[in-house]
Design a protein around this ligand. Structure first.
Ligand code: PGA
Length: 249
């Protein structure tokens, strides 16, 4: 049987600087070798050139944390998928809860961004996740299904080329992780939804994100439908990030 691809992607968020990035990349690349799974770092846009140069020839792929829904024009502050391609970007996070929360991104915006990325050959990492209030109101599956459906509908056949990341909002940066069982239940629902978009879509990785770290990664990654991680805080420490990559392999 065909194996699903695995991916561990670091999300540096708005952290780092030239010197800190160089030190972090030195540490990650020293221990990365030829990992059994895909590995990426999603870095702040100003550092794409720095990271592109440093990861050349390594197994570490370059990712962006956002992408514009538009190709070019009067969109001050935006970065287009075409610009990301110029720097060898392979992945772009879209719909991270911090962008939905602080930048008012809607399901429709997120879907348009996913399409803009795919049209340039960049794999969108589509983030979905419920707030604590939504979980407590038993709305978890309804919320993530709605978020994913918006993207699947917009992408049609191209949906078979996305990566999905389940990131419960209440677990992001809080040190509070979904239990393996809680995460698996949502991943199974997302897998079923991807399967409706076709067999190829169902084979795409579904990552867990939200306080995944070196200590809890193995248990989460042992779940049947968890194919990797989107790692925030722990991706800023080379040893921790490498331990998660090893646990995914
Ligand atoms: P965290 O962030 O690992 O720091 O919780 C994950 C994310 O927001 O992608």
């Amino acid at each position: 049987m065909q194996q699903r691809k695995k991916l561990v992607a670091g999300n540096w968020k708005m952290n780092g600087g030239l010197a800190a990035n160089a030190a972090l990349l030195d540490g990650v690349l020293a221990g990365l070798g030829a990992p059994a799974c895909g590995v990426a770092a999603c870095v702040p846009a100003p550092y794409l050139a720095q990271v592109q140069a440093r990861v050349a020839g390594s197994a570490l792929a370059l990712g962006a944390q956002d992408v514009s829904a538009f190709a070019s024009g009067a969109y001050t502050g935006e970065v287009s998928a075409g610009m990301l391609v110029d720097f060898g970007v392979a992945y772009a996070i879209v719909g991270h809860s911090e962008r939905r929360q602080y930048h008012g991104e809607t399901d429709a915006t997120v879907a348009a961004k996913a399409l803009a990325a795919l049209d340039k050959g960049i794999t969108p990492i589509v983030c979905v996740g419920e707030t604590l209030a939504e979980r407590e109101a038993d709305q978890t599956v309804a919320v993530v299904s709605r978020q994913l459906a918006a993207v699947l509908t917009k992408l049609g056949d191209k949906a078979a080329a996305i990566v999905v990341a389940y990131e419960p909002v209440w677990a992001i940066g809080t040190g509070r992780t979904a239990s393996p069982e809680q995460a698996q239940a949502v991943h199974a629902a997302l897998r079923a939804q991807l399967a409706e978009a076709g067999e190829a879509a169902a084979m795409q990785p579904i990552l867990y994100g939200g306080s995944m770290n070196a200590a809890n990664a193995a248990q989460l990654l042992a779940q049947a439908d968890i194919d990797g991680g989107l790692i925030g805080g722990a991706s800023l420490k080379a040893a921790d990030f490498l331990a998660i990559v090893a646990a995914a392999g």
